[in-house]
Design a protein around this ligand. Structure first.
Ligand code: PLP
Length: 385
């Protein structure tokens, strides 16, 4: 028997007008996010644990998630864009006024004043970023804090080796900048046996010896589990906080955070040679019953789950048949007792047993994409703050 989703155990959630209007309820367990933060912190020992909250806290809602993480002791936060950082400063103004908020995408040209006004730390990704921030510091007449990102093999953001050479030869380029963090990012941390981690670790260590001493950071979620060599002075997990398995192929050390339930809109009985949905490419082989849910690819239920996804009615697996459409999916409920597979009946799309990782496997993607795709039409219920 599959365990009930405790965050939605209360049927009153389903009878609220907002839940009925939406047709589907997304539950987000803030207590589970806090538990995951504690587990990551335990794995890190004395090394502090930052919280990566980009993309609206991986789709789960920055406004609720960030205060929960702050309540658990997080003081260092990373987001991608300047807009996200400004929003986060507002969210944390009361619960965590001293939070340090880093903008991973760097220093947006012409926006230097915004970083100052909101006390944000740009992650300086190039000599150009460094020059612009140093110039601003000179104009302000005081040292300005920032992180500096050194590219150790991702070839995406950060100073490439040639720019590191120049910075090492001309450290005065950093004058006026309080380097609060030297960071790099792992490309293959979830591949524990692969050679890339050790190579990036060695390159990052070598780079650190060439620059003025500063706190260092390398590990993302899977990196936390690569051991103390990878921890340095600060870890930067994101997805593991939100329940996605940082150790693919191994038991998930994190607890599930999201649940998604939808009500059946209609059930119909069909028979061969009828077909279901767009393209008519699901064809009934005989008498069967089909239930329709009001969730589709516009809600982040990915179209690649057509004829592949699994859902559950009172713990019994039912298959998505036919194509996922914008607002609807269709399920084969032939084997479910009609008392359960009825209009208004409840179907689990994400629950403690089918988390984002399993749905991602069926969709041919990763849990990160399942979370960040979660749509805006669901009625959202936050529990366990
Ligand atoms: C997204 C991101 C992280 C967090 O990665 P997860 O795999 O979600 O833990 C850490 N550091 C940087 C630079 C990132 O872009």
């Amino acid at each position: 028997m599959r365990s009930a989703d405790p965050s939605l155990a209360d049927p009153a959630l389903w009878d609220s007008p907002a839940a009925r209007r939406a047709g589907a309820v997304l539950s987000i367990d803030l207590g589970a996010i806090r538990e995951n933060y504690r587990r990551l912190q335990a794995e890190l020992g004395a090394t502090p644990c930052a919280a990566v909250c980009k993309a609206d806290a991986y789709g789960l809602g920055l406004g609720d998630v960030a205060p929960a993480l702050a309540a658990e002791g997080a003081t260092q936060f990373f987001v991608a864009t300047l807009d996200e950082a400004i929003a986060l400063r507002g969210i944390l103004a009361e619960p965590c006024p001293a939070a340090e908020i880093h903008v991973l995408n760097g220093l947006m040209p012409g926006c230097e004043g915004d970083y100052l006004a909101h006390r944000l730390r740009p992650v300086l990704n190039s000599l150009g970023d460094i020059e612009a921030w140093a110039r601003r510091a000179a104009a302000e007449g005081r040292a300005l804090p920032a992180a500096v990102h050194l590219d150790s093999g991702m070839c995406r953001l950060g100073l490439p080796p040639r720019e590191l050479d120049r910075l090492a030869a001309e450290p005065e380029r950093l004058s006026g900048i309080e380097v609060a963090l030297l960071m790099s990012h792992l490309a293959c941390a979830e591949d524990r046996e692969g050679p890339m981690n050790a190579r990036q670790l060695a390159d990052f260590r070598a780079a650190l010896t060439r620059l003025p001493r500063a706190p260092a950071s390398l590990a993302n979620s899977p990196g936390v589990f690569l051991g103390p060599d990878y921890h340095f002075d600060l870890a930067r997990p994101g997805v593991a906080l939100y329940g996605v398995n940082p150790l693919p192929g191994k038991p998930n050390p994190m607890v599930q955070v999201v649940g998604l339930k939808a009500r059946i809109l209609q059930v119909r009985e069909i028979d061969a040679p009828q077909s279901v949905g767009y393209g008519a490419d699901y064809r009934a082989g005989g008498p069967m019953r089909v239930a329709t849910l009001g969730v589709g690819y516009a809600d982040g239920y990915l179209r690649s789950l057509s004829d592949k996804g699994s859902a559950f009615i009172a713990g019994q697996r039912v298959a998505v048949i036919g194509r996922v459409s914008m607002d609807l999916i269709t399920l084969d409920v032939t084997d479910v007792p009609p008392a359960q597979a009825r209009p208004g009946g409840i179907v689990d799309l994400l629950d403690p047993e089918q988390g984002p990782d399993r749905l991602a496997d069926e969709a041919g993607t990763i849990g990160y994409e399942i979370l960040t795709a979660l749509g805006r039409r669901y009625h959202r219920v936050y529990s366990g703050a």
